[in-house]
Design a protein around this ligand. Structure first.
Ligand SMILES: [Zn+2]
Length: 594
């Protein structure tokens, strides 16, 4: 039975390039999960975009002496390039700086207001006397009043993960000029999370059985310990979405409030771009549709608590305000499989200190599949993990090349050479042949159980384990020797191995799509496993934005065991992966942090 699966991927801030920690934290797991579900025949939309507003972008604009719009455009273009090169197949990767997103966000705001989940309050906000303006929370740093960490941001502490009230920071100073700000009065709207608390707790209780423990700890656990309190959702800033209320000119929706709404607005934009304007409803109004939010652990409170609160609070008013639909309620997150952090050579990744491996830079020297492989076997699913360059080289050489790449290459080359480029006719298979095929076939069930529960490392481990089993089978049957005395016996072994490889191609495809596509061609298939990505420029009243889209077109990959026909014409095979010289590890290490 085909399911509707929404894959909601963290929105990268358009103020920095993307490093391997970001990739394995949310973008890559989302793509693996999406590809698996597409192969399994489910109805997938995977959406995200550039988080283009708010102070992360204006801080960068101030530093580079350009406009916030220019900063957003520059980094957005970098994301599009990286995602194409890494094969992250978004159905839509857009931006928050679109007319559609403005409208959807303002509708959610007004729906919350209709349901009395908003209130306004005067508050004290840090004001910079030297700059003559209010300072957004991110412009103020100081000591965390929860854990004592000295470099906490105004909105959140990177050390203990607490969401902070900026006005309570100890020793506050302006991030722009280091001066000491003063507190002044301003008026803002608040989301009444206290009033939403019972509904949010009920929502989380329903998910206790299957959510990751850390996600539950940082959502349900935090609420039960500390309760929920109103949180300001507007701010004194001109780069963002205007508050849709008369008399509130010059104030914007807080970026954390509107960016999460992007999952909904991007789904709506995807439907418009595919000329089926109401199609998004199948993922957002059907209670049976499942939505998965792929994010890093620093974003858990926003996705597991506040976003569900916004959805619950908007209730039926969103549909009425947005397009006159009665009785519609938006679907709540099914799972938030947040990852922990990836460190680099034993230390926390820091973009500003260049203690990072940058995605585009890496792909200028290496192929995408080895990156996807290493980041999956090392994915921080349950605890922090570490990128080390020696580990990257040895995993590439000992596993990707030795276990999987060589298996595919030597069998294909041998078949190509000895059976004139055709899949050999095996006659009746022997017991050993049938056993290895049954073992590989059973991998579709076992890997599927792991993948559908978002245990991606285990899913990949299953495929690699089966590749090792096929190697053992070949060590035993040794067709390279069989052929000298008994070609029909060698034909059985090679046919069996080819069929196993044809199955493994699918089991590896969510993780290693580039090499699986090539292998698919070598095996003689003319239709690709997946569809294709393309860029499109969309024009609206805010200007132009370029989006990345996915076209399923001729996608032929199916999550099912190989039916490889004897006699199929093969294509000249080539090695799937490159062996790396161990010296690259020390060369790469020398460039980190400089
Ligand atoms: Zn702290």
């Amino acid at each position: 039975m085909s399911e509707h699966i929404l894959i909601a991927v963290a929105w990268p801030y358009a103020n920095s390039h993307i490093h391997v920690g970001n990739i394995t934290g949310s973008y890559l797991p989302a793509d693996i999960f999406a590809r698996y579900h597409r192969l399994a025949g489910n109805q997938v939309i995977m959406v995200s975009g550039s988080d283009s507003h708010g102070t992360p972008v204006t801080v960068r604009a101030d530093a580079e002496d350009v406009t916030a719009y220019q900063v957003y455009q520059k980094y957005h273009a970098g994301f599009l390039e990286l995602y194409q090169k890494l094969g992250l197949y978004y159905d839509l990767f857009t931006s928050t700086h679109t007319e559609n997103h403005f409208k959807v966000s303002q509708s959610i705001f007004l729906a919350l207001q209709k349901n009395n989940y908003l209130y306004s309050e005067h508050q004290l906000q840090w004001f910079s006397p030297t700059q003559g303006r209010f300072l957004p929370d991110r412009y103020v740093e100081g000591t965390c009043y929860v854990c004592g960490y000295a470099n906490a941001r105004g909105d959140q502490c990177d050390q203990c993960g607490s969401l902070l009230d900026a006005t309570q920071l100890i020793n506050p100073h302006s991030k722009i000029d280091g001066s000491r700000p003063e507190l002044r009065d301003t008026e803002h709207f608040y989301l009444d999370l206290g009033a939403l608390e019972p509904a949010i707790i009920a929502f989380l209780r329903q998910r206790e059985g299957y959510w990751r423990p850390n996600v539950l700890r940082q959502s349900l656990g935090q609420i039960l310990a500390n309760g929920l309190h109103g949180r300001a959702i507007t701010r004194d800033l001109d780069w963002g979405i205007p508050v849709p209320v008369e008399g509130w000119e010059g104030k914007c929706l807080y970026v954390w409030f509107e960016a999460v709404i992007g999952y909904l607005s991007a789904s709506i934009e995807w439907a418009q771009l595919t000329n089926q304007a109401d199609a998004w409803e199948r993922w957002w109004l059907d209670p049976n549709a499942k939505s998965y939010y792929f994010i890093g652990k620093d974003n858990i409170p926003f996705h597991a608590v506040i976003w569900p609160g916004q959805l619950l609070g908007a209730g039926e008013w969103f549909g009425k305000l947005f397009y006159g639909k009665e009785g519609a309620r938006l679907t709540l997150p099914y799972d938030v499989p947040a990852n922990e952090f990836l460190n680099l050579e034993g230390r926390k990744i820091s973009g500003s200190r260049n203690w990072a491996v940058w995605g585009l830079d890496f792909l200028s020297r290496y192929d995408p599949d080895p990156l996807r492989y290493y980041l999956t076997v090392n994915m921080p699913e349950t605890k922090d993990t570490d990128w080390d360059w020696d580990g990257f080289v040895s995993r590439n050489n000992d596993e990707l090349v030795a276990t999987w790449g060589n298996l595919a290459n030597r069998v294909l080359s041998f078949a190509y050479k000895h059976w004139e480029g055709y899949v050999p006719e095996p006659g009746e298979l022997r017991l050993d042949d049938q056993e290895i095929l049954a073992q590989v076939d059973s991998g579709f069930q076992s890997a599927s159980e792991h993948l559908s529960a978002v245990r991606l490392r285990a899913g990949l481990g299953e495929a690699m384990r089966l590749a090792a089993e096929v190697n053992k089978y070949l060590d035993k049957t040794a067709p390279w020797f069989e052929i000298k005395s008994d070609k029909s016996s060698a034909a059985k072994s090679i046919y069996t191995a080819l069929r196993a490889i044809d199955s493994l191609k699918i089991l590896f495809a969510p993780f290693l799509p580039f090499s699986s596509e090539r292998l698919n061609t070598y095996l003689g298939f003319s239709q690709p496993l997946f569809g294709e990505q393309f860029l499109e420029t969309v024009t609206d009243n805010l200007g132009e934005h370029t989006v990345l889209r996915y076209r399923p077109a001729n996608a032929s990959g199916r999550w099912q065991p190989s039916q490889l026909p004897a006699g199929q014409a093969l294509n000249q095979p080539q090695a799937l992966f490159r062996k790396l010289d161990p010296s690259v590890a020390s060369e790469e290490r020398a460039h980190i942090g400089t």
